[in-house]
Design a protein around this ligand. Structure first.
Ligand code: SAH
Length: 215
């Protein structure tokens, strides 16, 4: 049963995509990616029948896979183009990583928790998603050796906007980050030149909190 994507899953996925469109997602590349990705295979098999609801589910280590609407909304804000170098903070289940890979991005993704890092590192290639690099580390620091990135997405609630992440955005590039305590406000920073960022806010979302560095 595991690793199978059956017509019943595909049917439910199509309904999910219709729900996302009704909720305001317009980017057809994002909707097409979500339509193609077997979300049920990123979850424990006990959630198989629920995987295509617009809901968050536990993925172990006290973490959750984001709502499909949240994934779609954040990805839409990133405006990913094929070949873009992108950084994700919070690999988690790998579902958002798979969305970015499907859009043709060169994906770097950092996960703070070893258990999730290890399981997702195994899962993604099995499902034929090939990010450039998965990193076990602290997302607050970003990945300076690979910067700049065309876009950076943070998939956990950030208590503040880490300076390191802003500094690793390419000029013309974007940082999409939920900021604050429960709930968070979705923020988009567009880097207009070396020193200037244009900031926009997009309403309330609920994320698990970004973990502090343990070291
Ligand atoms: N993108 C994920 C969302 C998982 S929830 C998905 O689609 O499933 C957020 C993830 O961020 C969790 O896996 C959590 O362990 C991770 N995380 C929290 N703080 C972090 C940090 N400082 N650096 C990197 N990852 C972090």
């Amino acid at each position: 049963m595991l690793h199978k994507d059956l017509p019943k899953h595909q049917g439910k996925r199509k309904l999910l995509v219709e729900t996302l469109m009704k909720k305001g997602i317009k980017d057809t590349a994002v909707l097409t990616a979500i339509n193609s990705i077997p979300r049920h295979l990123f979850l424990d098999s006990s959630f198989e029948n629920h995987a295509y609801q617009d809901k968050a589910f536990p993925i172990g280590a006290s973490q959750t896979i984001s709502h499909p609407f949240t994934v779609a909304f954040q990805t839409e804000l990133m405006q990913v183009k094929k070949g873009d170098k992108v950084l994700e903070i919070g690999t988690g289940s790998g579902y958002q990583t798979a969305v970015l890979c499907t859009l043709g991005a060169k994906v770097y993704s950092i996960e703070r928790q070893q258990e999730l890092f290890k399981s997702t590192q195994k899962l993604l290639p099995k499902l034929n998603y090939r990010p450039k690099r998965l990193i076990f580390g602290d997302g607050y620091k970003g990945l300076p050796e690979e910067a700049p990135f065309q876009s950076i997405i943070v998939t956990a609630g950030a208590p503040f906007v880490p300076k390191a992440l802003l500094s690793q955005v390419a000029i013309g590039g974007r940082l999409v980050i939920p900021v604050g305590n429960d709930p968070q406000i979705m923020h988009l920073y567009i880097r207009t030149d070396e020193k200037t960022f244009q900031k926009q806010e997009f309403g309330e979302f609920r994320f698990v909190p970004m973990l502090a560095d343990k070291n």
